[in-house]
Design a protein around this ligand. Structure first.
Ligand SMILES: Cc1ncc(COP(=O)(O)O)c(C=O)c1O
Length: 393
């Protein structure tokens, strides 16, 4: 593993800004912005968009996302949100009365409401697992899985405190009891190693706008081979097996494109957002997820020690995602703490009684450097290029 040096030059983060809030919203790399702008600009000249363009971006993106999580290309569907992927999972995992869905205490709401609804619809019950005594959250989840478990729906790290779940053991126990495993990796995909081949989840979703550094309203769903003949949430034309022949789309067919593509959202061929996500994911693959994990873990280790010296404790590294740091605040912490920090150009987030300090790939900030002018002006399509393109069109 290699420690990644400062990557601030790849982002538009001025030297006096300490952006420590990737858990809320990852910063878009400059190259991804440019790719997105080029993609959006295609619509200036719609006559240049070919039928094949509706398939080209997704065909390039799917293998990159598959590589990121150690899956096969055919297992990847393109979705706009974690909740969309979770709803797809619920639709394809029937339960009966007497069965249980296990979730974690304080889990992200998209991964709670979906299961409340599914429990109400199927007659199954929903059980919330809490860490007990000295045991970890992961131990508590492992202990809760048993013959009545129908579905375990959990993250790799919990969004509030970074508590890490031992997915290999959870997956093993799910298989022992015939339970399905549904994962929301929104707070870890891109920053914490994960291998779909090893873990074998039934479904795994990740929103793209946090650790994947992509635009909002992008994401992907991994679907295990045994569910790839399942029911998509939507019935749209582009996931059908004759979709490439635009002239004959009225030859309606019951056949779908191969693999998990049938689960793609409608209008999945987003010309602006997908090229930006593609560029962000390429950057992550270039750095290497293992190296990202190692680098952020290294930086957080020192920070956790400094915070502990101030009386702010975090979960021990053995129990949290190394990329994720969330310090327990004392009851006396001011209600406007994050606003006060923001006024000092320090951007963090508060979730419950914790302060999340989630670094990206640049040092916290260079305090003595003067504020540098924003580089964003350089990223817009220059007028000269725009004019040239209009003339050539
Ligand atoms: C763990 C987790 N899952 C999902 C999301 C986003 O959910 P959705 O894509 O449904 O808006 C977040 C956002 O903070 C999150 O932390």
């Amino acid at each position: 593993m290699t420690l990644i040096p400062n990557q601030r030059h790849l982002f538009d983060i001025p030297a006096n800004v300490a952006y420590l809030n990737t858990a809320t919203m990852g910063p878009l790399p400059l190259a991804a912005l440019e790719a997105g702008q080029r993609g959006l600009a295609r619509k200036l000249h719609p006559w240049t968009i070919q039928d094949t363009d509706f398939f080209a971006d997704t065909a390039r993106l799917r293998p990159l996302l598959a590589r990121l999580i150690g899956a096969d290309d055919e297992g990847i569907a393109l979705v706009p949100s974690a909740s969309y992927g979770l709803a797809t999972a619920a639709l394809n995992l029937p339960l009966s009365r007497g069965q249980e869905i296990l979730i974690l205490e304080d889990q992200f709401p998209s991964n709670v409401y979906t299961w409340r609804e599914h429990a109400a619809f199927t007659g199954a019950s929903l059980r919330t697992v809490k860490a007990g005594g000295n045991g970890s959250l992961s131990d508590a989840l492992l202990e809760a899985i048993g013959p009545a478990t129908g579905i375990v729906a959990c993250p790799h790290v919990r969004w509030t405190d970074g508590a890490r779940i031992d997915l290999a053991s959870v997956s093993r126990k799910c298989r022992e009891h015939g339970a399905a495993l549904v994962l929301d990796l929104t707070q870890s995909a891109g920053a914490l190693s994960f291998d779909a081949d090893d873990i074998q989840p039934d479904f795994m979703v990740a929103a793209g706008y946090k650790w994947l550094l992509g635009p909002y309203a992008t994401g992907f769903l991994y679907v295990a081979p045994k569910h790839r003949q399942g029911r998509p949430l939507e019935q749209n034309w582009i996931t059908r097996d004759n979709a490439g022949n635009f002239a004959r789309l009225i030859d309606y067919t019951d056949g779908y494109a191969p693999g998990a593509e049938r689960f793609d959202m409608g209008e999945r061929s987003n010309f602006a957002l997908l090229p930006a996500l593609e560029d962000a994911v390429k950057l992550i693959l270039h750095w290497g997820v293992g190296n990202i994990e190692e680098t952020l873990g290294h930086r957080n280790r020192q920070l956790a020690t400094d915070l502990a010296a101030m009386g702010l404790s975090s979960l021990p590294e053995s129990e949290r995602g190394p990329h994720y740091l969330s310090a327990l605040l004392p009851a006396s912490a001011p209600a406007d703490l994050t606003a006060r920090l923001k006024s000092e150009n320090i951007h963090v987030s508060r979730r419950g009684d914790r302060l999340r300090i989630c670094r990206g790939f640049q040092p916290s900030r260079q305090p003595i450097a003067p504020a540098s002018p924003s580089r964003s002006a350089r990223c817009t399509i220059p007028a000269r290029r725009g004019r040239a393109a209009r003339q050539s069109g």
